[in-house]
Design a protein around this ligand. Sequence first.
Ligand SMILES: [Zn+2]
Length: 100
Amino acid sequence: MEKISAMIKERGLKPADCAYHTLRELENGGKIRVLVVKGEKNAHIEYICPQCKHTDCVTQEWKEVSKAAKIRASVKCAKCGFMMKVEKLKGGKKSKPKED
Ligand SMILES: [Zn+2]
């Protein structure tokens, strides 16, 4: 899980340069880290697969999701095909009052 950290160092990225950045713990010791640099259309995703412990760093197209979506991004383990999901955080910063 050091490729994204290395990239941040190499490119001198600051939090303000990131459109999205998260690190989540998955079940069974897995992890997933997602970084989207401002102005880029791809997300850098680094993971430890909770199922087979395969680690990898991939880039994939970063798509906007609807507000109602529960999953922000997902990536499939290149080795065993396990689907890892980045769920949106509940109860985070709310920019608007409740609408429902
Ligand atoms: Zn796997």
